[in-house]
Design a protein around this ligand. Sequence first.
Ligand code: ADP
Length: 345
Amino acid sequence: MSLNEVLQAVPLPALMISPDQRVTHQNDAALDFFGSNLVGRHVATAIRQPALLETVEAVLAGAPITSVRYLMSKLGRELTFDVHVAPVPSETSVILTFLDVSPHEEAGQMRSDFVANVSHELRTPLTALSGFIETLRGPARDDPEARARFLDIMDGEANRMNRLVSDLLSLSRVEDMERLRPTDVIELDQVIQTVITALSPAAKDRRVQVKTEFTSDGPTTVAGDRDQLAQVFTNLIENAIKYGRKGGSVLVTLRRLDMVSAFKGPGLQITVQDNGDGIDPKHLGRLTERFYRVDDHRSRALGGTGLGLAIVKHIINRHRGRLRIESTLGEGSSFFVTLPQTTTS
Ligand code: ADP
């Protein structure tokens, strides 16, 4: 068995370096990784990071196995590798293997960003509450009018925290269940109708008329989780009412698609359309990120948590569905949910 064959069996990019620091072997994974044939070249022309080059030198000089971080950017992405530098005493050489740890690093970064975001979101109403408590104890102690006003604001801030905590719980439950395929047979038109009825006080507050157009003449059944689907349409219709035009209208349509290529079969498409200010296209790709808001101030003023669309996206993923958003500034937005259709038979 040749050294080449052994290196080819290693699934990670691997290089073998001789005592004069030249590359003597390179497996196919390393060929993809470095993009060119390095055999015969000095290792410093392939790897320009001093920490790794120093380690190669040290291991060639007799140091034990060592791991070093190696950073590179590929196709506009910053990647992090753990490079394992191991001596091969019989050949007086070293073997380098490159393990991509970027997903792990990114997950760690996302976790800490998430904690920072949640802390910030909770701190804002908490700071307001502490401030009003101070005021009620001090300057506003004997002012019944101010007291009533401040208590109203405090009530609003406490409700905001409540909504945030319940959205966080929903998000974590939905994430936990994402791999569990829902199996109940759900009548979509009924779910949507129930949601619209429940949201009618919110619609009335903003004088918004919610209209429906259900054009599917056949069954509207999907394999689903009723509560979660109700949450999807609640979040979308509530957003359309909140961000749509005051005194305007929201149109909810349901139609059957005979063939959806992504499902290799029929689907049901629900559209929630408003005639509000719309969303600048540059934001569309990021709307379903947690805590992403187009207009921070407006979202908060309307009681938003910034988690609604993240929850929507996870639930739709769990149902193997698709979410598409279209919007034209000044005209309004449309949210398309497509779910694979199941027949009851
Ligand atoms: P929020 O709790 O802030 O409403 P969402 O996750 O539901 O959070 O929505 C994220 C952001 O997307 C909102 O802050 C808002 O800027 C924007 N958005 C959502 N739906 C609409 C809509 N129908 N029209 C305009 N902007 C919208």
